[in-house]
Design a protein around this ligand. Structure first.
Ligand code: ACO
Length: 321
């Protein structure tokens, strides 16, 4: 019997309508458009309204991904949402989306690996699809990170935005498309460099993001580059083979640093950091979607995705689209 692959058969995305520019942020914290652009590449971010929840953004991205795949919600037997900003402590945002889509079979659950959540979710879902545990799955990265920012802390509030991206992963035989390899890692020793200072079991509040950005930066470039090399090697390929690099959109300087280290040309790097900022688990599927929609990423292209985030967690996923 031929091998089953987990193929990306649909993509979708959703950004809140409300855009917040650097100039707006400069009006309430001591920063400037020049500083933010020079240090991060970020020019603006989308911010959810009070009544716009992570599940709403995720649902809209999921519906578009289903349309794009030519499927209806009932064709799906698994929904996995990568998020650090769920609607509620429970139930999982995935089950809320499952209910709104009218899917009353199969399973739905959330994955929490902060900015690496989508890469983690891709690995888990790929394994379920290739073993036949799921035939067609929705993988969603959705965040309302604006809810856990300290809007008086200029070192973090400038960096993040809200949004969602989704992919349909379908099991297919006799194809060279699909996820070719994936790699995930974590290292809990670095909690103090990047964490949220609250939670249900500690403070009973959601808390706020705290980060020692310049130290996180150093780990990010090194670990991401290594993850991508390993991921390519596991597929019997090298970085020189990839057509597109779709990184987590944390900071343009990290994207450039990784690209330089691995000799990836600037034209191959998909960057949405200027418009979306860091949307945590939504950033990779949002960037992937952007490059599919504008015609850069085409069927058959070899695409390397990666992410790095709180935990630390990090990883990469190599896919033939
Ligand atoms: N405006 C103006 N000045 C600022 C701002 C701001 N918004 N923020 C910090 N500064 C100041 C600092 O106070 C510091 O001042 P000092 O020299 O007087 O002490 C100076 O700018 C330099 O600060 P650094 O932190 O060294 O600046 P850096 O160039 O490292 O940029 C940044 C900071 C953008 C946070 C960067 O370090 C970064 O992007 N780090 C990685 C972030 C990341 O990848 N996170 C992982 C994913 S996120 C997640 O998982 C939730």
């Amino acid at each position: 019997m031929s091998e089953i692959r987990a193929v990306i058969s649909g993509v979708g995305a959703c950004l809140p309508d409300r855009v917040m520019t650097n100039a707006e942020i400069s009006a309430f914290v001591d920063t400037s458009d020049e500083w933010i652009v020079e240090r991060t590449g970020i020019r603006q971010r989308h911010i959810a309204t009070e009544t716009e929840y992570t599940s709403h953004l995720g649902e809209r991205a999921a519906r578009e991904a289903l349309d794009n795949a030519g499927l209806s919600p009932n064709d799906i037997d698994l929904i996995v949402v990568a998020t650090t900003t769920p609607d509620y402590t429970f139930p999982a945002t995935a089950t809320i989306i499952q209910n709104r889509l009218g899917v009353y079979h199969g399973a739905a659950f959330d994955i929490q690996a902060v900015c690496s959540g989508f890469i983690y979710a891709l690995k888990v879902v790929k394994n379920m699809v290739i073993t036949g545990a799921s035939k067609r799955a929705l993988v969603i990265g959705a965040e309302t990170f604006s809810r856990i920012l300290d809007w008086e802390d200029r070192t973090t509030c400038i960096l993040f935005g809200d949004g969602a991206g989704a992919m349909v992963l379908s099991g297919k035989a006799d194809t060279d498309q699909g996820i070719l390899s994936s790699f995930i890692r974590s290292d809990g020793r670095h909690k103090d460099l990047l964490h949220v200072d609250g939670g249900p079991s500690t403070t009973g509040t959601v808390g706020h993001v705290r980060m020692i950005g310049n130290q996180v930066f150093r780990y990010a470039v090194k670990d991401i580059a290594r993850a991508m090399e390993l991921c390519a090697k596991r597929a019997g390929l090298s970085i020189a083979d990839i057509d597109w690099f779709v990184p987590h959109q944390a900071n343009q300087r990290i994207l450039d640093g990784v690209a330089r280290k691995l000799k990836i040309r600037t034209q191959q790097v998909v960057s949405t950091v200027a418009e979306h900022a860091n949307t945590s688990a939504a950033s990779v599927p949002l960037a992937f979607y952007t490059a599919v929609k504008d015609g850069r990423i085409r069927k058959g292209d070899l695409v390397m995705m990666e992410a790095f985030g709180g935990g630390f967690t990090w990883g990469a996923s190599l896919v033939r689209y």
